[in-house]
Design a protein around this ligand. Structure first.
Ligand SMILES: NC(=O)C1=CN([C@@H]2O[C@H](COP(=O)(O)OP(=O)(O)OC[C@H]3O[C@@H](n4cnc5c(N)ncnc54)[C@H](OP(=O)(O)O)[C@@H]3O)[C@@H](O)[C@H]2O)C=CC1
Ligand SMILES: O=C(O)C1=N[C@H](C(=O)O)C[C@H](O)C1
Length: 250
């Protein structure tokens, strides 16, 4: 059986360098390109890449995806910074390339995907819900893509169930004291040396609390999800948002 031809974009970065090693170690894959900033995207077509694993930065991801989709190269994307406007642009490119697949995964680790799923299930049953994400201090953005997605999923689960908005402070002495507001859910970001990627969803009701916590302790936690994404995206045209769709969790 021929091997899946995979390229990594952002190959010198924290997660990209780990992805290079994971693809090289996968028996059913061949690493055909490992690109850093400034490297030519044409390498992807020259090397016959079938899947590009995109692990760069929010300022680079759109140009990379425009090239990939425009050349029929499937993409597995971990890079953050997704807005409705960016998703609409990506969907526009995909509509002109109906056989091409793109997976955007806010988080590739199974524990983080389950953290989001469990939070979604629990959210309607508690009066109060808040998200705390904790990351290494070199992380480029805040809040994390995972926390933003978690809050969106929580908010839609609560809206569907007809849950009332959580009670909140009527006054704050300092801006930011209640975190960022993502669809009505407070999201708090901690940046701390020694950490990698962590998230707590705190839920509170009458006389009880529930805490759903996940810890990524090493970038290896993201690798099975990236490899699964690469294997599945080639037969999944269009945009898939969230690894849970490839884990059949929905
Ligand atoms: N979905 C998930 O599970 C995960 C997602 N992430 C996300 O992945 C992204 C990268 O994170 P991280 O590895 O920590 O960041 P790093 O800054 O360590 O890595 C990003 C790398 O991409 C390079 N780069 C920038 N632009 C381009 C380009 N146009 N082509 C090729 N390479 C480029 C950077 O080069 P230079 O240094 O020269 O700018 C850098 O080497 C972030 O958005 C992060 O949030 C991270 C972990 C897990
Ligand atoms: O930058 C990181 O490190 C991570 N980024 C992703 C995010 O923003 O959610 C995934 C994970 O949290 C690690």
């Amino acid at each position: 059986m021929s091997k899946l031809r995979v390229a990594v974009l952002g190959a010198k970065g924290r997660i990209g360098s780990e992805a290079v090693r994971a693809v090289e170690a996968a028996e059913d894959m061949e690493l055909v390109a490992a690109l850093g900033r400034g490297d030519k995207l044409e390498t992807l077509t020259e090397t016959g890449a079938q899947v590009a694993v995109e692990l760069t930065t929010p300022d680079s991801v759109m140009a990379n995806l425009e090239f990939c989709v425009g050349h029929g190269i499937h993409a597995v994307v971990g890079t953050t910074g997704w807005t409705d406007e960016r998703l609409a642009r990506l969907n526009g490119w995909l509509s002109a390339a109906p056989e091409t697949g793109v997976l955007i995964a806010p988080n590739f680790s199974i524990g983080a995907v389950l953290n989001m799923k469990f939070a979604q299930i629990a959210a309607p049953y508690f009066e109060s819900v808040e998200v705390i994400e904790l990351h290494h201090p070199k992380k480029v953005d805040a809040p994390s893509g995972t926390a933003t997605r978690t809050a969106q999923l929580i908010a839609s689960a609560r809206a569907e169930a007809g849950a009332a908005p959580a009670p909140d402070a009527t006054e704050t002495a300092l801006d930011g004291a209640r975190g960022a507001d993502v669809d009505g859910i407070p999201v708090h970001s901690v940046r701390l040396r020694g950490l990698l990627a962590h998230q707590e969803v705190l839920l509170g009701g009458e006389g009880e609390t529930l805490t759903i916590r996940h810890d990524s302790l090493h970038h290896s936690s993201f690798m099975p999800g990236i490899l699964l994404g690469a294997r599945r995206v080639v037969s999944t045209p269009g945009l898939t948002f969230g690894l849970e769709h490839f884990l059949d969790l929905n």
